[in-house]
Design a protein around this ligand. Structure first.
Ligand code: PGA
Length: 249
């Protein structure tokens, strides 16, 4: 049985005062329900981890450098993230792949680094609008999975988020059939590579313009175990109904 997961990606938003949203969330989430993870900016990780101690919220980072330390100005290593008390890290978000030219091989190295520090990686994959137009969505996903997901993946150490780039922050959402097709495809790839047992324990999230208004619908799609939510995770008042919809699905 895969435990459902609602993950919030705050991106470069939030402040010390915005961490009050975590306290609001913690007071209202159902401990028997889905798992909840919030990924704030690196500067807030330590403080966020302190705040959620003895709540049902876990904290994650948004990316990590594969080396534990070194001359990498501005970067934060998986080891440093683990030291804050965080337990998750996003890897290969399309904004990092695009803006910082992170390759599949680099994303794979980040995930290996995350595993060395016992962090669970949330690996993002997803096609561009051009890929979808050209009918190569599944090829793109297959290439990203093959290149960025290390051997040894299992339900404990990785979660995969399908995030079509054209749906991120745009309000455009794929049809349920499109989401279901990609999630089924990812599941089949995982089972083929890691076997039935491991392949079926890895959770698959949908991400891209998930809102309180569309969450319940999205959670009816095949093989969707939760969501990776950007904008609608910044405020508890938006994220809570999404969590509720996931619990009800
Ligand atoms: P969005 O972002 O929910 O604001 O579209 C999702 C993401 O980039 O993870």
């Amino acid at each position: 049985m895969r435990r459902k997961l609602a993950a919030g990606n705050w991106k470069m938003h939030g402040s010390v005062s915005a961490l009050a949203e975590l306290t609001t969330l913690a007071a209202q989430i159902d401990p028997q329900g889905c798992e909840t993870v919030i990924c704030p900016p690196a500067t807030l990780l330590f403080h966020a981890c302190q705040l959620v101690t003895s709540t049902d919220i876990a904290i994650g980072a948004q990316c990590c450098h594969p080396q534990p330390h070194g001359p990498f100005t501005g970067d934060v290593s998986a080891r440093m993230i683990a030291e804050t008390g965080a337990s998750y890290v996003i890897a290969g978000h399309s904004e990092r792949r695009d803006r910082y030219a992170e390759t599949d091989a680099e994303v794979q190295a980040q995930i290996r680094a995350a595993w060395r520090e016992n962090l669970t990686a949330i690996l993002c994959v997803g096609e561009s609008g051009e890929d979808r137009q050209a009918g190569i969505t599944l090829d793109t996903i297959a290439t990203q999975l093959a290149g960025s997901l290390p051997d040894g993946a299992n339900g404990e150490n990785v979660v995969i988020a399908y995030e079509p780039i054209w749906a991120i922050g745009t309000g455009d959402v794929p049809t349920l059939a499109q989401i279901g097709e990609v999630h089924d495809f990812i599941r089949a790839q995982l089972v083929r590579r890691f076997g039935d047992t491991q392949g079926k324990t890895i959770r698959l999230l949908y991400g891209g313009s998930v809102k309180p208004s569309n969450a319940a619908d999205i959670f009816t799609a095949e093989n969707v175990d939760g969501a990776l939510v950007g904008g609608a995770s910044l405020q508890a008042a938006d994220f809570l109904p999404i969590i509720q919809a996931l619990n009800d699905a």
